[in-house]
Design a protein around this ligand. Structure first.
Ligand SMILES: C[S@@+](CC[C@H](N)C(=O)[O-])C[C@H]1O[C@@H](n2cnc3c(N)ncnc32)[C@H](O)[C@@H]1O
Length: 239
């Protein structure tokens, strides 16, 4: 069995300068859950992300920074009752919500741990999914390398992130202004990032770095845009 006690969610969370992020997401777990499930169009994005993992019945999939678990049912559907879905996050209260929301799905478990140092053996999973999480990591390319190491042969890593639209449409500036406001409100205040004048630049750079590293390291790549170009999905198959 990989990852230890999943249903019990033991505390294996590491430091990685992360206590502020944990208390932020912990405090706002209910609101975040509502946004994570209720944002118009987000359900379709989560479904596409699960499909991009290219899972088969019986497979094992690990979600990094699973938050309140909005992706977990879509992943469970892909692996079926004989597969395994592990939702990993370092914030206790969001994981509690994820566990409650998936209590009826036997194949789903949650694990409290640091996504940059996952306590999972190399080669143990068929896919790793990370939605809206690499922007929070100080070394996003290093995390992608780490996640690729966890894959079995032909495994996939899928990243989904929101970044400013570069579509150049007349609505672009409005969409980007709204995006900037959402980024400020949804970023833990003591991550320093939140008060950076160029917060969205930092997030954009981290996200670009992670997606680029995934493309470099993959034998086959699929890229897609959703929600007016703001949401980017990159799926890579291990070389
Ligand atoms: C913006 S939320 C996204 C949640 C979920 N993936 C979704 O799509 O709704 C980011 C999540 O990543 C988690 N997170 C951030 N850095 C992490 C790390 N180093 N290890 C584990 N979880 C982390 C936070 O606790 C939070 O739940």
């Amino acid at each position: 069995m990989i990852g230890g006690e999943h249903r019990g969610a033991g505390d294996e969370s590491g430091s990685s300068g992360s206590h502020s992020a944990q208390s932020f997401y912990g405090r706002w777990a209910a609101l975040y859950d509502w946004i994570a499930r209720g944002t118009p169009g987000i359900r379709a994005v989560r479904q596409q992300a699960a499909l991009a993992c290219r899972l088969e019945p019986g497979d094992t999939v690990l979600e990094m920074g699973c938050g309140t678990g909005a992706n977990l049912p879509f992943l469970a559907e892909q692996v079926g009752p004989t597969g395994r879905v592990i939702g990993l996050d370092f914030t206790g209260p969001v994981l509690d919500r994820a566990r409650r929301a998936t209590a009826h799905l036997e194949q789903v478990s949650v694990l409290r741990a640091d996504a940059t140092r996952p306590p999972i053996p190399d080669g143990a999973v068929d896919a790793v999914l990370g939605t809206f999480v690499v922007g929070m990591l100080s070394d996003p390319a290093g995390a992608v390398d780490e996640w690729i190491d966890l894959l079995a042969p032909d495994g996939h890593v899928v990243l989904v992130n929101a970044a400013r639209s570069d579509a150049g449409t007349p609505l672009g500036p409005i969409v980007n202004a709204a995006f900037g406001a959402v980024v400020v409100l949804s970023t833990p205040p003591t991550m320093k990032l939140r008060y950076d004048r160029d917060l969205t630049d930092t997030l954009d750079r981290r996200i670009r770095t992670a997606h680029d590293r995934l493309r470099e390291r993959s034998g086959a790549v699929a890229d897609a845009r959703h929600l007016g170009g703001i949401v980017r999905l990159t799926g890579g198959r291990l070389e």
